[in-house]
Write a protein that binds this ligand. Structure first.
Ligand code: C2E
Ligand code: MG
Ligand code: MG
Ligand code: MG
Length: 289
């Protein structure tokens, strides 16, 4: 009986699915090991005044420096960390690393700017998040105004009332909050007004088609970007454009009232030692475009 059940069940597991599960499991085990052995590190990407290149803040982007696989991108392991709950261990590691970097730069006399740290949905809704974050900041003696939290629009939508409560608690710690990947998460406009965010970040996907005049969908995307900028400005929010890659995208943003951006046009995400000289000079090198 059991055997025939087993056989019937087995039919649903294609080799490809087995392989995928196995790979996920191995990745999870490896990540757990990596977290315990200090294999995670932060890269930083400047957010700049897109006219002058002045560095206004940095976004911390986690990388996994695996001894055999080399540098693993977050797209490979953040979803797995989320699905398995490991993100609840990873989050504090990232926040502590950012705090440690702030202190290190401060002590070295590097002119620092605020560092934005990404929080995933699962982290956002965990119990006593604000207390946990406050404890980490206190232990590192980092001031809340030196940090910022990025939460995706879709994360805030899981449970809006709860999100408002949690974000309000983070805000009252003195942390700045920004809404990441805006435009992809179907946030109702009425909620946008209720969430205590200071900044919205226009999702990179809307910018990709802008500037190359012949590209299909460019007009539509330009309309969306203009609408987001207009909406944000009218609500008194700061706006950051993600994924600025070309001079024509930058010019489009300037023309429509968005003054802050991050993207490969200005700087790739870089390890701390490569960010340090940029912080000392105060701006990213002028682009040649
Ligand atoms: P995100 O927060 O939206 O970060 C922006 C992503 O866009 C980064 O990818 C960045 O490297 C990339 N990017 C920036 N400028 C450009 C550009 O001009 N062109 C292109 N093609 N890409 C650009 P990254 O570092 O691979 O991170 C991917 C995502 O992983 C992040 O998206 C964020 O959602 C998540 N993530 C990264 N670090 C953390 C973390 O510490 N905690 C959590 N929970 N999530 C993280
Ligand atoms: Mg982000
Ligand atoms: Mg983003
Ligand atoms: Mg994103």
């Amino acid at each position: 009986q059991a055997q025939s059940d087993g056989r019937r069940l087995y039919r649903f597991y294609t080799p490809a699915l087995n392989e995928q599960l196995l790979e996920q499991f191995q990745l999870e085990q490896a990540l757990r090991h990596g977290l315990e052995h200090d294999e995670l590190m932060l890269y930083y990407q400047p957010r700049v005044d897109i006219r002058s290149g002045e560095i206004l803040s940095l976004e911390a982007l986690v990388r996994w420096n695996h001894p055999e696989w080399g540098l693993v991108e977050p797209a490979r392991f953040i979803p797995i960390a989320e699905a398995t709950g490991l993100i609840l261990d990873l989050g504090p590691v990232v926040l502590r690393a950012a705090c440690k970097q702030i202190k290190a730069w401060q002590e070295a006399g590097v002119p620092i700017v605020p560092i934005a740290v990404n929080l995933s949905a699962k982290e956002l809704y965990q119990d006593a998040l604000a207390t946990r974050i406050a404890e980490i900041m206190t232990a590192a003696s980092v001031d809340p105004h030196q940090l910022e939290i990025e939460i995706t629009e879709s994360a805030t939508m899981h449970s809006v009332a709860k999100a408002i409560e949690i974000l309000t608690a983070l805000r009252s710690l003195g942390l700045a909050l920004s809404m990441d990947d805006f435009g992809t998460g179907h946030a109702s406009l009425s909620y946008l007004n209720q969430l205590p965010m200071q900044t919205i970040k226009i999702d990179r996907s809307f910018l990709t088609k802008i500037g190359g005049h012949t590209e299909k969908g460019a007009d539509q995307h330009a309309t969306i970007v203009k609408a987001i900028i207009g909406l944000g400005l009218n609500l008194g929010l700061k706006i950051i454009a993600e994924g600025v890659e070309t001079a024509s995208q930058r010019d489009f943003l300037i023309e429509h009232g968005c003054d802050v951006g991050q993207g490969h046009l200005f700087s790739l995400p870089l390890p701390a030692e490569k960010i340090e000289p940029l912080l000392r000079s105060g701006s990213v090198p002028p682009t040649l475009h």
